[in-house]
Write a protein that binds this ligand. Structure first.
Ligand SMILES: Nc1ncnc2c1ncn2[C@@H]1O[C@H](COP(=O)(O)OP(=O)(O)OP(=O)(O)O)[C@@H](O)[C@H]1O
Ligand SMILES: [Mg+2]
Length: 220
């Protein structure tokens, strides 16, 4: 069972958007569970909308609760045969973050390219180093501008990540309205615009991450 924890010390970096889109893309052919450790419960609220709109389908499933319940939730996920668990976490330094980092087979850090986001990456890096999970951490460039400043934004983000010795995956998610629009109606871009740019980016990212996470879970 792969466990991908999505973390970042900057609010609004795209953690929940990323968790839900990866979950929907993966749920097409795998059993997927999203664990919402954020007290804002955005993922759990979104799931309620999805169930209403799509007729109570449970793909992906969702579980929410305090971080103390994380081991129980993971045990249940394993028992139910989940192949992928995505853990959405709160933005601020919170007691939930370290357990989520420790439980992960891969740690995902979405990074937007504003100066504030780049500065906050240092705080995320500190946390990642503290939990000793740098080797399994992947930064994902998110909301990459689609205009003429795209290349400079990418360069700047890569430079910041490299300075902090964090690896960046080659797949990017562009700044596209569709990422938020679909979620409003309980759907992801791979469902609303199957052949659109956003859907292609999410699919490529999901495939890339799946191939990258070669963890052997001894308890499988
Ligand atoms: N690739 C993208 N393109 C356009 N907008 C995006 C993209 N990714 C995220 N957003 C927007 O950025 C905002 C914050 O995203 P999201 O809620 O996923 O971040 P978060 O890290 O979970 O926030 P929080 O820290 O509050 O939990 C939302 O309005 C979302 O629609
Ligand atoms: Mg969130």
């Amino acid at each position: 069972m792969k466990v991908w924890s999505i973390v970042g010390q900057k609010g609004g970096s795209g953690k929940t958007t990323l968790a839900l889109h990866l979950a929907i893309a993966a749920a097409k052919d795998r059993k997927v569970l999203v664990i919402d450790l954020d007290p804002q419960q955005s993922a759990e609220r979104w799931h309620a909308i999805r169930q209403r709109v799509t007729g109570a389908k449970d793909d992906p499933s969702i579980a929410a609760g305090p971080y103390q319940k994380l081991p129980d939730m993971l045990r249940t996920a394993r028992k139910l045969g989940a192949e992928l668990v995505l853990i959405d976490t709160p933005p601020k330094l919170d007691k939930a973050i370290i357990p989520a980092l420790k439980a992960a087979t891969m740690v995902l850090v979405p990074l937007k390219s504003s100066i504030l986001d780049l500065q906050a990456l240092e705080d995320s890096a500190d946390l990642i180093n503290l939990a000793k999970v740098r080797s399994k951490t992947a930064v994902i460039l998110n909301a990459v501008p689609t205009g003429q400043n795209r290349e400079s934004a990418i360069k700047e983000s890569l430079r910041t990540a490299s300075r902090l010795k964090l690896e960046v995956v080659p797949e990017r998610l562009s700044e596209l309205q569709t990422f938020s629009q679909g979620l409003r109606t309980g759907r992801g871009v791979t469902e609303t615009e199957k052949n659109g740019t956003a859907a292609k980016e999410v699919s490529a990212l999901y495939q890339g991450l799946w191939a990258r996470d070669d963890s052997e879970d001894a308890r499988e």
